[in-house]
Design a binder for this molecule. Structure first.
Ligand SMILES: CC(C)(COP(=O)(O)OP(=O)(O)OC[C@H]1O[C@@H](n2cnc3c(N)ncnc32)[C@H](O)[C@@H]1OP(=O)(O)O)[C@@H](O)C(=O)NCCC(=O)NCCS
Length: 320
């Protein structure tokens, strides 16, 4: 009895046990602290302009990972547009990163997914987070695709801008028209799920900037680009934050050079606002868009890698 007790004591002194607790109001700040420290150490690319991306703003359920008395990590889950599939992000305090703590962080995400009844879990991991990559692979996750961030450096010379097309700024007053144009352009893309009206409305409100659209002869929207600019945040190469999202061309107008005109116009508009470089994100499977951006001088600066696996219905094999 005594021998067993002293053995247990020795073990717990040598290797403080890992455990998880749900993030509550009381521990939300702690969770955010770990979240930021981890993102900062991995890749500041995925930091939004002006403010940190609070964990609570992204995930609907999250766990804190403890090692003995120390909070060391965080796992957050958000529902995806696909029924049964959740997306997870992980954070681990840089000073406590070991293969074991990384495996526990991955395990915490799987546990959350199982408890919330999801069937599939997608881990979104910065390409620079080697610690998480190894743990995800060991836990049976496989990489599926990546979201690449490209930057067009200030040193790339400007291209000829098409003046004959009519462009216009369009905001929430033409929400339904914008929504229809975006969904028509994206239909057929990998993992396509129509953008919900509320999602687009929220995006417009958050970005505080309108879309730029190219119009057809009867005023219909043919192509879109959403420009975001902030003088108080920075692009990877150091100038002001400038980002192009939702560059789209209606299917009937694709392949005719309109996408190229739109990206040139978007770059020119952002430079006029004070941008030095311009960034954007693209799904690595979208070869047409990747080729277009590269030919316009955009270069790879970082990526989020999506790893997925089915969620075991009950977690019976906790990592050691
Ligand atoms: C990506 C997209 C905006 C390109 O617009 P577009 O008007 O079709 O493109 P362009 O006609 O200007 O062509 C520009 C370049 O794209 C590439 N491209 C165009 N059509 C292509 C095709 N069928 N296959 C491969 N590459 C193609 C080529 O590199 C082309 O350059 P080139 O004409 O010198 O050969 C458009 O296809 C689209 O709206 N796709 C759906 C929405 C989307 O995925 N948007 C990107 C979000 S990041």
């Amino acid at each position: 009895m005594l021998a067993a007790e002293s053995k247990n004591t020795r073990q717990s002194l040598a290797v403080p046990a890992f455990r998880t607790t749900a993030v509550t109001k009381a521990t939300a700040d702690l969770g955010d602290l770990l979240w930021r420290a981890s993102q900062d150490a991995d890749d500041i690319l995925f930091r939004p302009p002006d403010e940190w991306w609070p964990l609570s703003g992204w995930s609907h359920v999250s766990s804190l990972l403890w090692r003995g008395p120390l909070p060391v990590g965080i796992a957050g889950l958000a529902p995806s547009a696909f029924p049964g599939r959740a997306e997870a992000r992980l954070g681990l305090a840089p000073a406590t990163r070991t293969p074991t703590s990384a495996r526990h962080a991955v395990e915490a995400a799987l546990q959350l997914a199982a408890e919330s009844g999801y069937e599939e879990l997608v881990l979104a991991l910065p390409g620079a987070a080697a610690w998480a990559r190894a743990a995800a692979s060991e836990a049976g996750f496989e990489p599926s695709h990546t979201f690449q961030v490209l930057e067009r450096p200030a040193s790339v010379s400007s291209r000829r801008i098409e003046r004959s097309l009519e462009f216009e700024a369009v905001g929430s007053e033409r929400l339904d028209e914008l929504l229809a144009a975006l969904n028509a352009a994206y239909e057929g893309s990998p993992d396509f799920v129509p953008i919900a009206r509320a999602t687009l409305a929220a995006e417009l409100a958050m970005a505080k900037s309108p879309f730029v659209v190219a119009k057809g002869e009867s005023g219909e929207i043919l192509a879109t680009a959403h420009l975001r600019f902030s003088a108080t945040a920075t692009n990877p190469s150091g100038g002001p934050y400038a980002w192009v999202s939702n560059l789209t061309v209606l299917p009937a107008a694709q392949g005719l050079g309109l996408g190229r005109k739109m990206i040139r116009r978007a770059v020119a508009e952002l430079h006029a606002m004070g941008a030095l470089s311009v960034t954007l994100g693209v799904d690595s499977r979208n070869l047409r868009a990747v080729r277009l951006y590269e030919s316009e001088g955009f270069q790879f600066v970082g990526e989020l890698v999506f790893w997925s696996r089915r969620v075991p219905s009950r977690r019976t094999d906790p990592v050691r």
